[in-house]
Write a new protein. Sequence first.
Length: 115
Amino acid sequence: QVQLVESGGGLVQPGGSLRLSCAASGYFFRANDMGWFRQPPGKERELVAGITSRSGTQYADFVKGRFTISRDDAKAQVYLQMNSLKPEDTAVYYCTRGFTNPIYWGQGIQVTVSS
């Protein structure tokens, strides 16, 4: 069965950095696009970044230049490097298989940006 397990979240000060990781299992990872979504408090889930099976990338405007998505097919992992974090980046972050209407989601991990 498909499993997506996020790690690396936590509390960070504004301007700081975090790196989220997602370990995938139960399917042929390298043939699939992957994504990161987030849900800020009281708001809808939104796409943060996506990466295709060929490592093409797509970013939401609100993270361009600050976040970088990458993948390691040998390890079946996808990463989200988050720099210059802002309080408005506070959210639960989810790893997904695919990033266009994904049906497989991780359990989510909390990222809190606060001083």
